[in-house]
Design a protein around this ligand. Sequence first.
Ligand SMILES: Nc1ncnc2c1ncn2[C@@H]1O[C@H](COP(=O)(O)OP(=O)(O)OP(=O)(O)O)[C@@H](O)[C@H]1O
Length: 946
Amino acid sequence: MTFTARLLAHLPPLSSSVMPTPADGGGLQDGPGSSVKAAVTSLHYAFPSVVFAYYILSSTIAVCTLQTQSPAGNHVRRRVISLFLLFSVLTYLAQLVILLVQGITRHEFPAEQDTIISLLSCILVFGVELAGLSETAKPVWYPYIGSLGLALLFEPAIAALSLAARPHEPLAYAELVDIATVAARYLSFVLALIVYFEGLYKSRQESGSDAERQTLLPKEDGNGALDASAAGEDEGQQNGYGATSDTATETSTNASQSPTAENPESPWERREREASKQMEKRLKEKGNWVTYAKSFVIFIPYVWPVKNRQLQLRVILVGFCLLSMNAVNFLIPRQLGIVMDSLNGLDDQNPWTEVLLFAGLRLLASESGISLLRQWLWIPVEYYSYDAMSTAAYSHVLNLSSDFHDTKSSSDIMMAIQSGQSISNMLESLCFYAIPMLVDMSIAFIYLSVTFGPYEGFITIATAVIFMYIATRMISSLRDARRREVSAWFEEHYVRQAGIQGWATVACFNQIGHEETRYATAVKDRVAKSQKLYFGYALAYAFQYLVLLAGLLAGAFLAVYQVTHGQATPGQFIMLLTYWGQLVGPLSFFANLGKRVSRDLIQAEQLLEIMQMKPTIVNKELAPPLEFSGGAVRFDHVCFSYDKKKDIIKDISFTAAPGETIAFVGATGAGKSTILKLLDRFYDVTEGSIQIDGQDIRDVDLRSLRTQIGVVPQSPILFDDTILNNVRYAKLDATDEEIYEACKAACIHEQVLGFSDGYQTRVGERGVKVSGGELQRIAIARAILKRPAIVLLDEATSAVDTETEQRIQEALRKLCMGRTTFIVAHRLSTIMNADRIIVVNGGEITEQGGHEELIRAGGKYAELWSKQIFVKPKDKPSADDDKSKAKGTKPPNILNDLTPEVTSSELAKVKSAPALRALCDSQVKDAGNGDQTPERDSQTGHKKEV
Ligand SMILES: Nc1ncnc2c1ncn2[C@@H]1O[C@H](COP(=O)(O)OP(=O)(O)OP(=O)(O)O)[C@@H](O)[C@H]1O
């Protein structure tokens, strides 16, 4: 019998089962040895399958429970065990070569197909383990050790049964070599286990702990930095036994890439790094991926329409659509084969009917078939998810307190809200793509194995495994290039944005040329990095498709062989090619799945972090509304700190009677604005209490409290809307007339009418299109419209000229009439009429009383007042003046450089002007408490301080 004839005899006929039968020449002959042979065959198939299943399962458990190995002695052990594994892979290869050579020399089929498949599968399985081991710096050992243990059980059983099944003849030379190879492999397994257990024993002796049970995550030192030793020396390996190398490395990269002076971090990188760090921290806290994944349970009501039966039904129907797609994907290549065979006259089917059936299947699989139905069913569910998630996230963020909004940048918050989409993306990737594709691939694998025999099945699975391995390796090797490209993209974006946003500064400093060059450099840098990255991708794809092509060629050769020998039909060959075509998409998808899910997870983490935050300013349960009766305010030994470390307000106590006006003055940063924020409950006091009409503000309903309070903040923020709508924001149902009245009271009405669009003028982003003074007056109008019971004015008139200020003062007087008012002002002339002035210094009250009283007291307030009334002259010329003199140039004329002589002459001018003399005298009189003339500096002869 020729070699080809023997091979043919050993190949199963089409439509045979994976397990060989006596009929297919698979080696199961009738007779006494047949049951032993059947056992050997079963063991040949079972051995690699069991080892692979164990390896995958135990690795998954190790990943999910975040285990990794301690570094002690691990490095050497890993190398040695890898060498033993490599040796065993080589022995399988050697056995295969021996069999093939033997077959070729004898011109007969070398062995039973189960032997060949078993050897090939063992090379694949132990090759995968070897690759895993050599890539993981700190592996969890039990997937490897368990595999070796299983090999120790299977190998002797297979060897013994094979020997028992062979005819009672002397062993041939090739058989002896074969036995020696098996024995050498067995020895290498035993030695690998000895090395492992010896290392384990040593490390336990040294550390006294179970080295296998360590966390996957790198340790953090006291400062929160990753411990370098725990992080491992091998780049990209510090996550130990990662979920997929992608997930782990993708996560770790961002965390480990710390910014440097030369390579500063972009906002994107910072966000990613912080989210990865947060994810690692949470993983560490939760202990394993399963518990970690449970944190995302809070999103279920947003992705699953809990209260909407109709949408739930749609989701179920989408599931049916997916199953139908699986069926159609399976049937199309098969039907194509049938069409081919019917055209060839190989069966008695009517080609017209078969083609019609084929066309029907293609229609179902096309965008106008099941896919359209699925979209119709799914789109409402998808938008439900977007709707529910974004509104919930937005509402949650708006309800969080000041401490949150002070610490997070608005762009970070907005990005986090948008990341809600990533949760649905992740679920879609897994449910709509990963699971159906897995089903498709499994069906293809089983069907091909059944149709063309186990060789074809093996080729399919081996190609898939090698493709995935190469694809994930290439993706991770391009990770740094991608990071650099994204950074360059952000840099380009930043330079462009900075130039456009800061155009006025650019033009003013004549730096247009500089900005052009900066942008051109950024673009060039980005383009260079993009080109490098995309060429890298192109190479990676080329390589992956070469692997696929090699697999396809092997599969096609086998099929062609079977077709030419009448074991398969041309139709089945076409079917094989079509299935291969269908495998490419799913394989590429799976290769990218780890990266995609990890990216979505990191983004979802940002939202999760926010959603898990609780507002710190909350209503007590069943808190009653504030019962307002006049507006008596009492600060009772109030202390406050923003960060719980540094006290900003220190034991402040005062009372404000209903309708009283209290002004706070003091140096910048003294804590004046903070006092107002405490009253409006933007923060809660850390000690003491604040009461309004005898009710602690923490015990009343927050909304009712804020309804009674009107604020004009230091830097009012207007929305990018019309002036009318901005003022109306205080009272959404206010009529236009009410708004005009409020604007008149705030002295802005006439000015608004002068704008080209009047009240319909848009104020621009954050009110950039109106002047500082206009903006403040719009804010005052807004407060006037609210008609609050308590008024808080924080530097409300700091940006207006003196004349307008006097008019606003009138407006404010109207606003504050009969209302308890708190004013913070640096310009003391605006608060000199306050009922009480409180001087705050370093978070404490140092003085309080009326204007006159405080001036008389001659303390801090009197000092501030005198500084504002008179320009204090400079005593000595500065060094710069001397330099200017030496150069013969004129010293710059700025306010603080007035010399004593100039100051005197300026004051004299003011005094000599009849119209201004009275005003000046009255100011001097006021400042000097009416009966004192300002003291004169003995040296300069100018007014010193009051
Ligand atoms: N949100 C915040 N988080 C942390 N610290 C803050 C916060 N807001 C203010 N501070 C700090 O609290 C201190 C008091 O600030 P506050 O704004 O009350 O001062 P101020 O007297 O109103 O100053 P100014 O007159 O300049 O407005 C300052 O040292 C400031 O840096």
